[in-house]
Design a protein around this ligand. Structure first.
Ligand code: ATP
Ligand code: MG
Length: 349
């Protein structure tokens, strides 16, 4: 076990979006500085100590970044393996490479979860277009074809209603049987360097057009299922020797919980913790990767988190006037349809 990061130490963050921004704020509250690595526009850069604006393939920039920080974490999971090798030869990466490898690829992820004895949607490998008929024959319809890599907000997904349908994602994919769920929930779990685990109350998620719209706590699912969800998330974290915060997305079905996917980072569905807990998911992640004791995950309020997407920004005057609303804006200069511009936490009690 390593010593905790000393005050003033620098945390390197791969990815400069809103998650990196909120991690950066949390890190500075704990007396740390952050260095953001981001090839594009970086809302996180506004609240960081330093920014490297370079491609994820730029070996020289990656080397300088790693040498300038004490530990490396990420909010973006698709950094190329060679670049991670280089970074890791200089500084520790937390959460570890295995967690990244497993969650970067939907097929590897499903196999990992299945091998842990957890339930997933039925799935079949569809490496190329010519594998599609066999996969459809095995899984049937309704089903969803998802690219193995790089998908987010429902992008890279095609729904199948007919086994004769011949649409293709254009990239290596996995065909998933449609899960008949009554609700979608997610658990945000944290694991420290010493192996201790803390979990937050599962939230219930509503999606619209493939994008998370709201997360509500409490989720309304039976207490026995809450326990199941938390134990399952802790098992995944332990199996990966995970350090940091992880999001686990689950479907609630009549037969129990089905794991949809895991995210090796702070998660949009955990934003409610900013208004519902003493230590939110961002501080929790920084504590974990810095080698500090984890905070308590206890929930003190009922909260509805709502994403502000695109034109939702027009509602700002009304939201600013609402006494029970906590507002988080990401400082993105351009409002675009489907773009996450901020979120609110409405505190119900
Ligand atoms: P995000 O970035 O929001 O996590 P994603 O692109 O990684 O999205 P998924 O989480 O796999 O995609 O799927 C997005 C949504 O589509 C899910 O939250 C769920 O509502 C629906 N969905 C995905 N897979 C299935 C399935 N096998 N059965 C039923 N619904 C599904
Ligand atoms: Mg998802």
């Amino acid at each position: 076990m390593s010593d905790p990061l000393a005050p003033g130490a620098v945390i390197g963050i791969l990815g400069g979006g809103q998650l990196g921004r909120m991690l950066s704020v949390a890190a500075s509250r704990l007396g740390y500085r952050t260095h953001i690595y981001e090839p594009g526009a970086a809302p996180a850069g506004d609240v960081a100590h330093a920014v490297t604006n370079a491609s994820y393939e730029d070996a020289e920039a990656l080397r300088r970044f790693a040498e300038a920080v004490d530990v490396i974490t990420y909010e973006f999971e698709n950094v190329p393996a060679d670049s991670l090798d280089l970074l890791e030869s200089i500084r520790p990466i937390r959460p570890n490479r295995r967690a990244l490898a497993v969650s970067q690829d939907r097929l590897t992820e499903k196999e990992f979860l299945r091998d842990l004895g957890l339930r997933t949607a039925p799935f079949a490998d569809a490496a190329s277009e010519k594998d599609l008929p066999a996969a459809l024959k095995r899984i049937g319809v309704p089903s969803i074809l998802k690219t193995r890599r790089m998908g987010y907000d429902g992008k890279g997904q095609i729904r199948f209603a007919d086994v004769g349908q011949r649409d293709w994602t254009g990239a290596e994919a996995v065909l998933e049987g449609f899960v008949d769920f009554s609700a979608e929930i997610s658990v945000i779990v944290a694991r420290g360097i010493d192996g201790s685990v803390a979990a937050y109350d599962p939230g219930r998620n509503l999606h619209e057009g493939g994008i998370l719209r709201t997360t509500t706590v409490p989720s309304g699912i039976p207490q026995a299922m809450v326990t199941d969800a938390v134990l399952l998330a802790a098992r995944i974290a332990a199996a990966l020797d995970y350090v940091g915060v992880m999001g686990v997305e689950l479907f609630v079905t009549a037969e129990g919980l089905v794991v949809n996917e895991i995210a090796p980072r702070v998660h949009n569905s955990g934003h409610w913790t900013q208004a519902g807990c003493t230590v939110d998911q961002f501080e929790q992640h920084i504590r974990a990767i810095a080698g500090l004791p984890l905070g308590d995950g206890k929930r003190y309020a009922d909260v509805v988190m709502e994403n502000l997407i695109g034109q939702d920004m027009d509602r700002l005057p009304e939201l600013l006037a609402s006494p029970d609303v906590q507002i988080h804006l990401y400082g993105k200069s351009e409002t675009r349809e489907g773009r996450k511009m901020g979120h609110i936490n409405r505190v119900l009690r």
